[in-house]
Design a protein around this ligand. Sequence first.
Ligand SMILES: [Zn+2]
Length: 285
Amino acid sequence: MRDKIHKLRWHFLTGLFLATAFTWYVVYREDRHGILTVAFLDIGQGDAIYIEAPNGNQILLDAGPNKKILKALGRVIPFYDRSIDLLALSHPHLDHFGGFLYVIPRYDIGGFVSSGTAHNTSEFGIFQKSLEQKNIKNIVVHRGTKVDMGDGVVLEVLFPDREVTNTTPHDGMLVMRLVYSKTSILLTGDMEENLENYLVSLNTGGLKSQVLKVGHHGSHTSTSRTFLGYVSPTYAVISLGTDNSYGHPHKETLDILNKFGVSTLRTDIEGTIILKSDGESLIIK
Ligand SMILES: [Zn+2]
């Protein structure tokens, strides 16, 4: 297997402002024979999703609530790899960003993207400081931005489509769709029904995805019938901890998924869930 060092560019293209497109360089590690890996990490109650393109480019979307992320990442990133190309945050709630406080000091981070929603908590303040200390800029992305991971893997931003600095964390959610040829995964964060309806109203056709990361840990406030009908997934993944105090996943959500014939996987039952795709077919570990 070749193990050459090769510099690649990542392009962030906004539909409107090509001039503002920026690039950075990452290290090409080894040939992965065209396989995209997406791992829904077992970090307890929260979300943490690791994405690795065939060329080795990596994104960590959310990091769970605490240092459990380090052990979970150790299962999908080799010990000698001390860098992650890009961190992304769906929204500033602790069960999504808390783990970054442990990741940032231990890995070289290429960049950070978010919807730009702020949250006035001491923990989020500490997180923002940790980014500043390592000179990691917060790049705010909007609908139309495409993060090109290379080898045909693209992360499309579906929401926000506006400035969301001062909205509530859930209303300023970063919602994205990962596409690799015939494989598509909708990454919803804690999106609730109001935003689901809004995305349906914008473009019903653009939601259809093979895999749905179920919104808000399986809460009944997300995954409406209408939304699920347009996404029409084969698989759903719920990220949550055992015996969480919210009663997630709610029975209503499981019933709807069941009614639509969606195969549902849960990190509280399966542990870390790893999807592998060659762009044609999907394998679930
Ligand atoms: Zn939340």
